[in-house]
Design a protein around this ligand. Structure first.
Ligand code: ZN
Ligand code: ZN
Length: 154
C-alpha cells in the first residue's frame, strides 16, 4: 500500500511505502519530523483501520481523480469542437462536445477509489478492499477541528 502523508505543519504531500513500515519520516519541505505508527493491516495492504499519522480511525472514500488531467481533456474537447463550429459544422461540434462529456463520465466511473483520513487528509492507495463510507461534511468538520486543536493549528 502507498500512503500519501500530509505534513501537519506545511501540508506537503509525502509518499511513503507502507510495506517498509517506517517509524518516522521527515517532511521534505519544512523539515518537521513526523512519527508514523503503521498498523499491521495497513502494512500488509489488507485494510485501512488506523491512520499512521494521526491515529484516527475515521476515513472516507473518494474517486482518485486528478483535476489537471480532467481539465486538459475538457479543454481539448472544447477546442476541437470550436474549430468545427467556426467552419459551421454545428452538429459535428455538438457531437464532439457530447462525446467528450460521455468519455469523461465513463473515465470517472472507472476511476479507482482512494481512502482518505478525515483528520489529517493522508491518502491510502493499494489493493485492499474499500470499506470506508462516502464523504460526510459534518463528520469532516468535527474531526478536522479536533485534529487541528490537537496539533496546535487553532
Ligand atoms: Zn512540512
Ligand atoms: Zn490521519
Amino acid at each position: 500500500m502507498q500512503i500519501l502523508v500530509k505534513c501537519p505543519r506545511c501540508g506537503a504531500s509525502l509518499p511513503v511505502s507502507a510495506a517498509d513500515g517506517p517509524e518516522a519520516i521527515k517532511c521534505g519541505r519544512c523539515g518537521t519530523p513526523i512519527p508514523l505508527d503503521v498498523s499491521v493491516a495497513v502494512r500488509g495492504d489488507t485494510g485501512v483501520d488506523r491512520c499512521p499519522v494521526c491515529h484516527g480511525a475515521e476515513f472516507y472514500i473518494r474517486k482518485d481523480f486528478d483535476p489537471k488531467i480532467g481539465l486538459a481533456f475538457v479543454l481539448t474537447g472544447a477546442f476541437i469542437s470550436a474549430v468545427f463550429y467556426w467552419f459551421r459544422h454545428d452538429f459535428i461540434a455538438y457531437g464532439i462536445l457530447a462525446a467528450a462529456a460521455l468519455i469523461d463520465l465513463i473515465a470517472y466511473g472507472r476511476l479507482k477509489d482512494v481512502t482518505v483520513c478525515y483528520r489529517c487528509h493522508s491518502e491510502f492507495r493499494g489493493a485492499y478492499p474499500r470499506t470506508a463510507p462516502a464523504f460526510d461534511l459534518h463528520t469532516a468538520d468535527v474531526l478536522e477541528q479536533e485534529y487541528e486543536r490537537r496539533i496546535g493549528r487553532r
